[in-house]
Design a protein around this ligand. Structure first.
Ligand SMILES: Cc1cc2nc3c(=O)[nH]c(=O)nc-3n(C[C@H](O)[C@H](O)[C@H](O)COP(=O)(O)O)c2cc1C
Length: 333
């Protein structure tokens, strides 16, 4: 990878994209395509993988692509390549959320390269965390990670903020589970591992689990469990942005991934309780509860994992990469 002539080979680009797809995405939907043209990798929203009930305006889809973009930057820096990000190119292609231009002669970003191993170590950890506090220095690093990507991270302070957040999480669970379309969508993304995407269940459990989720509103039970998880989490934090347009959402994704990888470097894992952001009327109530301005994008819980989880599956890279011959017309991505 270090020899100049191999830097931008198909193999080298494919390695970068292999890191990009390790990014998280809601329901593990992996809603991205990487369009490669010479030294540019376009991150394209794959809206065939959208979640209209859970994410009606593709906000989380955009965040996921932002996470993948951040991984591209980390992988490029680790490969000693400089990069420049170009924002959404709405005029020429509304699905092109960003382009990463590789600048082989520019200095790689050492701080990004240091996050490389965390890409494979990161997991969405939905279990109860160890009852160990998170060191203040780690919290400072998480806040700095989000801030350096044009976002903010607000760590919930005191019993009252945490209690209000837990109440909104429970309300969000109730609202989502009461919606048959939301339950049908969740059920449709419950997959056996061999499918390479979705929320993984053992092969034999899939049909029954799908039927239960489709048929029954178990919102109260889920809410009770989520409140317990929130209460037992050493850290609850909201990641937000000043704006809520396309570029802000891509930024939010990059900030989320930088925060998650930084957390890994401090021995922490995270998972998400996004219900109060996904259920539109609760979003501004969450903002008021934490006394911030702007737009909440993710509600995270963080702590030390007690168990090692195996990685969730990803689709084959051939399904997500398009190599476009240089010089073919399109004006952007
Ligand atoms: C924008 C976004 C929203 C997410 N929302 C939730 C959520 O509400 N609840 C949850 O349990 N996981 C949520 N996830 C985590 C995904 O389910 C997870 O990333 C996916 O299953 C892949 O697993 P991994 O993160 O361990 O690689 C979200 C991820 C992203 C990027």
């Amino acid at each position: 990878m270090h020899a100049a002539e191999t830097r931008l080979s198909r193999e080298a680009i494919t390695r970068l994209i292999g890191a990009a797809v390790l990014a998280p995405s809601p329901h593990n939907s992996q809603p991205w395509i990487f369009r490669v043209r010479g030294r540019c990798i376009g991150v394209i929203a794959d809206r065939t993988r959208a979640l209209p009930a859970n994410d009606p305006d593709d906000r989380e889809l955009t965040l996921s692509c932002g996470c993948a973009l951040f991984n591209l930057r980390v992988a490029a820096a680790h490969a000693q390549l400089g990069t420049q990000v170009h924002g959404p190119s709405g005029a020429c292609d509304p699905d092109c959320l960003a382009r990463l231009e590789i600048l082989p002669d520019a200095a790689p970003d050492a701080a990004l390269a240091a996050l490389h191993d965390a890409m494979a170590e990161r997991r969405t950890y939905r279990k109860t965390f160890a009852a160990r506090p998170v060191a203040p220095a780690a919290l400072d690093a998480l806040v700095a990670a989000a801030t350096s990507e044009q976002a903010w991270l607000h760590v919930l302070q005191g019993d009252s903020q945490r209690r209000m957040a837990a109440e909104l999480i429970a309300e969000g669970d109730d609202a989502q589970w009461a919606d048959p379309a939301w339950r049908r969508e969740l059920a449709a993304w419950m997959h056996p591992r061999r499918r390479g995407d979705g929320l993984v269940l053992p092969d034999l459990a899939v049909p029954l689990a799908q039927a239960v989720v489709r048929t029954f509103d178990i919102g109260h039970g889920v809410a009770a469990r989520d409140v317990q998880l929130a209460d037992a989490s050493p850290v609850l934090a909201v990641l937000g942005t000043r704006g809520d347009d396309l570029a802000s959402r891509v930024d939010a994704g990059q900030a989320l991934q930088r925060t998650l990888l930084t957390a890994c470097r401090h021995g922490l894992q995270a998972s998400f309780l996004n219900q109060p952001i996904e259920v539109a009327p609760l979003r501004m109530r969450l903002l008021q509860a934490i006394g911030q301005t702007g737009y909440p994008q993710m509600l995270l819980r963080l702590g030390h994992a007690e168990n090692h989880l195996s990685a969730t599956p990803r689709r084959p890279l051939d399904d997500v990469i398009e190599f476009v011959p240089e010089g073919s017309p399109d004006g952007g991505c």
